[in-house]
Design a protein around this ligand. Structure first.
Ligand SMILES: Nc1ncnc2c1ncn2[C@@H]1O[C@H](COP(=O)(O)OP(=O)(O)OP(=O)(O)O)[C@@H](O)[C@H]1O
Length: 322
């Protein structure tokens, strides 16, 4: 099947060209229509930068090169007007902080209606019911009241529901959700994640979800992409990667999840620190922390190994980790 999103050779660099910070390096990634892809990795691994490059929100702060094909169009070369038309319609983003994504001066109803108006302008046949119906679909309580309220009158969980509702109403081909539940209570996180699944069912959307919460990725996504120091280190079907992770970094990341055995909680933090992107070693960026690294890992960048259908990793020890 033709991918909905096809990224090739994507590089994003911040900072001066003499001392660039390669926040995303040589990323190739496909997302199929209606697929849910989870992106995992420690803080600073380039997850948000990757999303920003797709949405083209970094053009003024970073140097972006490579190719991002979305639904047959090259996003990095579209003009600003064309990109603005895609955003919020075919391509939507839900961010961590729902307060900054909603306008404090307009009621919730006004803001949802605006999305619906744009859709009608695009000729979309919408179900009747308007904003109240949109809010009901994301299980917001008392939607008749909420449409008359302002963002500050809602809790964080309610605001995030509103944003997911607006994204659902826009029925984008691709929704990018960057840490969409981090600011929320644990009890609400699951409900928001379920909404992303519903978005796929009802609107046929594909979803890229970035999160520190590996268990959310396990429950929600079809495929998982693990990033380290700006590069993809492993990518594969979620069940397979969680059952049998191949990259030593993926293994370490999964081992760092809390495990409950009897009355005890076990977790093994990953020793060492994330490297400074401005002065990366020549080989594998994880080598300094890797329990199975050998000389070649420190000297040369590992090649891609395809270990199963759509399951690949970048590791000199790929054969031994089977
Ligand atoms: N505007 C910027 N200018 C300079 N460096 C930046 C900028 N934005 C991000 N970076 C750097 O790029 C690297 C990747 O950051 P990014 O936010 O993409 O990581 P992340 O994996 O999303 O982290 P987190 O999980 O904490 O959100 C970091 O080292 C960060 O310091």
């Amino acid at each position: 099947m033709e991918p909905l999103l096809a990224i090739r050779g994507l590089n994003v660099r911040f900072g001066p060209s003499e001392r660039p910070v390669p926040a995303v390096a040589d990323v190739d990634l496909d997302v199929a229509p209606q697929e849910i892809v989870g992106i995992a990795g420690e803080s600073g691994s380039g997850k948000s930068t990757l999303c920003g490059a797709i949405m083209r929100t970094l053009v003024r702060t970073a140097r972006v090169s490579g190719e991002v094909m979305f639904s047959g169009r090259s996003l990095l070369t579209l003009n600003d007007g064309e990109m603005a038309r895609l955003r919020g319609r075919e391509l939507s983003m839900v961010l961590q902080n729902p307060m900054t994504s909603l306008d404090p001066l307009y009621t919730i109803g006004n803001q949802v209606e605006e999305v619906l108006r744009e859709r009608r302008r695009d000729g979309a046949g919408l179900r009747p019911g308007g904003a109240i119906e949109v809010l009901r679909r994301v299980h917001l309580t008392a939607p008749e009241l909420r449409v008359r309220q302002y963002p500050h009158q809602l809790s964080g969980g309610m605001r995030q529901r509103v944003l997911v509702g607006m994204a659902t109403a826009a029925a984008p081909k691709l929704l990018i959700a960057d840490e969409p539940t981090t600011a929320l209570d644990a009890s609400i996180q699951d409900e928001i994640l379920i909404l992303f699944r519903e978005l796929r069912e009802t609107a046929g959307s594909a979803v890229i979800i970035v999160t520190h919460d590996l268990s959310a990725i396990r429950r929600l996504s079809d495929r998982v992409v693990v990033m380290y120091a700006g590069r993809i280190v492993e990518e594969g079907p979620t069940g397979e990667v969680f059952r049998a992770p191949r990259h030593p970094y993926t293994r370490a990341l999964l081992a760092s999840l809390p495990r409950i055995e009897g009355d005890e909680v076990h977790l093994e933090p990953i020793p060492g620190q994330v490297p400074d992107l401005a002065s990366l070693p020549p080989g594998c960026a994880f080598a300094a922390r890797c329990p199975v690294a050998k000389d070649i890992c420190r000297g040369q960048r590992p090649p891609e190994s395809v270990v199963a259908d759509r399951h690949r990793l970048f590791c000199w020890r790929a054969e031994e980790t089977a």
